[in-house]
Ligand binder design. Structure first.
Ligand code: F6P
Length: 372
């Protein structure tokens, strides 16, 4: 049994990080008598002078509903260097330094909360001798091997509320309203919130769209008496024959930032349809603030299960939600490839059956131009 474990949060924040920290600290100290050291600012806190603090039950009081992470977080940092083509180079010198510092601090094993990038670093720590259990975090829900990541359902609530609000203003002004949501290379947030929020068009990276097809859908709605339309577009959605749109090149070895497809589409649609069109970029509102009830519950279960897995001697594994149960799966399985929306899957079909367009070039003809 370990005497001291460390806990790290990495990558973009997500609602529920603090709830995981709280559950892990309570379980580790209460059930197993372990000490827990919080590592600050992701793995960066293990470099140089190091930045860590012991977390006792009193330090996690009141954390369940609190957004963000009390430990701070960083994207990538000094453990990987982003290369073109979405691949990363590890920096061996950072791992060596961090492992020396872990041993100096008496930290024998790690619970690592993160998405694909952070968990890939975690897996490397495990390979280099530090036992690790990962906890899947991302509002994008794009991690393989788990049905859900915490933070996703809260992000959906926020995107759905935004769609509800856009409906009333769109209807009052007879406008087309576009909501751009996050998700990187996966369309989960757009798909789920688009269905929950009654969007007329959902555009996702997995189904390339044509602006003409979207304009046609708007025209069909007009012909049937609906003078407004609601579009939800994932930041990674691509027009047929075009690349994804980035708002910023990667800086100092970090990944480029997606964004801008909504405004691009707004210009095209205004020209094509002659209708007033507005775009709202929901951005980091999807990540900030309190987790909803489901994410608090999932995060708590993940945190406790992660510590139990470490205590049982598991390593190199990630806690995952599968068939309503928390299991452990190899981290390597979770980071091998991202989980994207199956374009022929049930939910896409349900969306189409209920009159939602994905803006695919052949969609209007394919679906008989049906109305909502
Ligand atoms: O992966 C989570 C995420 O929120 C993505 O949906 C989005 O593309 C990205 O992070 C934004 O990152 P940043 O916080 O660096 O702007």
């Amino acid at each position: 049994m370990y005497k001291t474990i460390g806990i790290v949060t990495g990558g973009g924040d997500a609602p529920g990080l603090n709830a995981v920290i709280r559950a892990a600290v309570k379980t580790a100290t209460g059930e197993y008598g372990m000490r827990v050291i919080g590592i600050e600012d992701s793995f960066e806190g293990l470099l140089g002078e190091t930045s860590t603090r012991e977390l006792q039950p009193a330090d996690v009081r009141g954390l369940l509903p609190r957004g963000g992470t009390i430990l701070g977080t960083r994207n990538r940092g000094r453990f990987v260097k982003h290369k073109d083509g979405d691949t990363d180079d590890e920096r061996p010198e950072s791992f060596q330094e961090a492992i020396k510092n872990l041993s100096r601090l008496g930290i024998e094993a790690l619970v690592v909360l993160g998405g694909e990038g952070t968990l890939a670093i975690a897996a490397e720590f495990d390979r280099q001798g530090i036992p690790v259990i990962g906890v899947p975090k991302t509002i994008d829900n794009d991690l393989a091997a788990t049905e859900l990541t915490f933070g996703f359902v809260t992000a959906l609530d926020i995107a759905t509320e935004a769609l509800d609000r856009l409906h009333t203003t769109a209807e009052s002004h007879d406008r087309v309203m576009i909501l751009e949501v996050m998700g990187r290379h996966a369309g989960w947030i757009a798909l789920h919130s688009g269905i929950a929020g009654g969007a007329d068009v959902i555009l996702i990276p997995e189904i390339p769209f044509s602006a003409e097809s979207v304009a046609q859908k708007i025209a069909q709605r007009e012909a049937s008496g609906s003078q407004f339309s609601i579009i939800v577009v994932a930041e990674g959605a691509q027009e047929v024959g075009h690349d994804m749109i980035y708002q910023e090149e990667g800086k100092a070895g970090s990944a480029p930032r997606l964004g801008g497809v909504g405004n691009h589409l707004r210009n095209d649609l205004e020209q094509m349809t002659g209708k007033e069109t507005r775009c709202v970029v929901l951005g980091h509102l999807q990540r900030g603030g309190s987790p909803n009830a489901f994410d608090r519950m999932l995060a708590t279960n993940f945190g406790a299960c992660a510590v139990r897995a470490l205590a049982a001697g598991e390593r190199g594994m990630m806690v995952a939600l599968q068939a309503a149960d928390i299991r452990t799966v190899p981290i390597s399985e979770a980071v091998a490839a991202i989980k994207t929306v199956p374009p022929d899957g049930q939910l896409v079909r349900t969306a189409r059956d209920t009159g939602i367009s994905f803006g695919a070039p052949d969609e209007a003809t394919h679906h008989g131009g049906r109305q909502k």
